[in-house]
Unconditional design. Structure first.
Length: 222
């Protein structure tokens, strides 16, 4: 346990595993959001399942721990790498956009983290948290209506999409780096993993972006 916490390799493993876990959650969350476009009733039923019950609360706590662990390890490793690397450039064998992301993971991570705080305040706090403590923050509106109302605002949707772009850059390098750390690091798979990471990151970004774009245009048409 001490090795995992204190050593550089240990922190990389912890960050990689927590990162993969968070990517899986993003894929689930993205799928749930897409349901809203096809059926508000089904979306509200899913919200009800993930509301104030013990298994949803436990899952939320585990997710929160995963986020905190990932952020802390990421910051510590970035500062450690910056100190060790000095003025040397970040070197990779495949010349792709991931190079820029790799050199700016800390900044991207901080943008994502603060965007996550805003996202939690606008959605989780007014949905699961409000339901759990019976705060009535939804003003008797459904979860679907809350999401639709927020994304009917083009300014909020635009900021949300910018946040997704930062997430995309973070994931393109993060997924690739995580897969390498857990053992997929031979020369044959080096560039293939970059491609896989780009595909997964793009699917997540587009999947999340579809919802605000849809309801922003829906609001204009309506």
């Amino acid at each position: 346990m001490y090795w995992l916490v204190m050593s550089s390799i240990g922190k990389k493993i912890v960050m990689s595993i927590s990162g993969i876990f968070l990517v899986l959650f993003l894929l689930f969350h993205m799928s749930m959001n897409l349901v809203l476009i096809f059926s508000t009733v089904t979306y509200d039923k899913i919200c009800g399942i993930l509301g104030a019950n013990w298994y949803a609360v436990i899952a939320t706590v585990i997710l929160a721990i995963g986020v905190v662990v990932h952020v802390v390890c990421g910051v510590l490793l970035t500062l450690q790498n910056m100190k060790a690397r000095g003025a040397d450039e970040y070197k990779v064998s495949c010349k792709t956009k991931v190079e820029w992301a790799a050199k700016n993971m800390l900044i991207l991570g901080l943008v994502i983290f603060f965007g996550l705080i805003i996202h939690l305040q606008n959605f989780w706090y007014k949905m699961q948290f409000a339901d759990l403590f019976q705060l009535g923050s939804l003003d008797d509106k459904s979860g679907s209506q809350l999401v639709i109302n927020l994304f009917s605002n083009p300014i909020y949707s635009f900021i949300y999409i910018l946040w997704l772009v930062a997430l995309w850059f973070h994931l393109t390098h993060g997924i690739w780096s995580s897969l390498q750390t857990v053992g997929l690091n031979n020369k044959i798979w080096f560039c293939r993993l970059k491609l896989i990471s780009n595909i997964i990151a793009t699917v997540i970004m587009i999947g999340f972006a579809v919802v605000p774009i849809y309801f922003t245009f829906y609001a204009f048409i309506k």
